[in-house]
Design a protein around this ligand. Structure first.
Ligand code: ATP
Ligand code: MG
Length: 251
């Protein structure tokens, strides 16, 4: 079965894109066939793979203007990029019946070709994120251990409940993980405990530590494993991806 995972948090800068890139690469290196979808008009994921200003993007497929461009990154890793066009997709889709299901329908057409489809969501709870949450089976929520907000989390969980009731019965939050983690800070440890309480049995054991190589790698159009294979960032994303594979093998 294909695992369709949306990495979502409407809070900006929590590590969604960094996680989609590096979990995607790690899963592909663990012998899975992986499709990454950049659903953010900022197109940071596309940039981080060297697809700046892609000529065609997921926008074309969402708005029926053409096929989705599926770029081959490696034998087992594929990317559908975004570009700035996507910033008008929410307006264009807003009058279309079934507008929440457009991405789901597209993914249905390809999903059997992949072990994992991972969607990078924008930092909002608008129609693009709703499309991602309607298309996926699982939601992973990255949380920034430094600027954690319980209030923000309540809002995301409220929207998810509505989506589960009305649009996608299958959807579950199956993974939560901490990013930018600093073990030396008492605050970070307290936040880790609060999150365990909020999401019992859903928090991945691996915490993504604060690591400057994770900032540098995408600037160089590289993933962390190519850029700094010995870094904490590479170790943490590898361990997190092993946890992800184990969780799916168990299910
Ligand atoms: N573990 C980490 N250690 C240090 N810096 C990190 C880490 N994870 C992400 N960053 C940096 O933090 C910034 C935000 O990360 P990222 O773009 O992945 O977040 P995002 O949630 O996708 O943001 P947006 O909501 O804007 O899409 C980037 O500059 C990234 O390089
Ligand atoms: Mg992002």
């Amino acid at each position: 079965m294909t695992n369709i995972i949306a990495i979502a948090n409407h809070k900006g800068g929590v590590g969604k894109t960094t996680s989609v890139q590096n979990i995607g690469v790690a899963l592909s290196q663990l012998d899975n066939k992986v499709l990454l979808i950049d659903l953010d008009p900022q197109a940071n994921l596309s940039d981080s793979f060297g697809y700046e200003d892609a000529e065609t993007s997921i926008y074309d497929a969402l708005t029926d203007k053409g096929p989705a461009p599926i770029h081959k990154i490696s034998e087992t890793l594929y990317l559908i990029p975004s570009n700035l066009d996507l910033s008008v997709a929410e307006v264009e889709l807003s009058n279309i019946p079934g507008r929440e299901y457009v991405l789901r329908e597209l993914i249905n057409g390809w999903k059997d070709d992949y072990d994992y489809v991972i969607i990078d969501c924008p930092p909002s709870l608008g129609l693009l994120t709703i499309n991602a949450l309607t298309a996926c089976h699982e939601v992973y929520i990255p949380l920034d251990a430094q600027y954690f907000s319980m209030k923000g989390l309540d809002k995301l969980m409220f929207i998810l409940e509505k989506i589960k009731a009305r649009l996608n019965k299958e959807v579950e939050v199956t993974g939560v993980f901490l990013t930018q983690f600093d073990n030396r800070l008492v605050l970070n440890k307290n936040i880790a405990e609060m999150i365990e309480d909020y999401f019992p049995n859903k928090v991945f054991k691996t915490r993504i530590r604060k690591n400057i190589a994770l900032v540098e790698a995408p600037i160089d159009d590289q993933d962390i494993f190519a850029y700094a294979p010995g870094s904490n960032g590479a170790k943490d994303y590898k361990n997190l991806s092993i946890e992800i594979v184990n969780a799916h093998n168990k299910a």
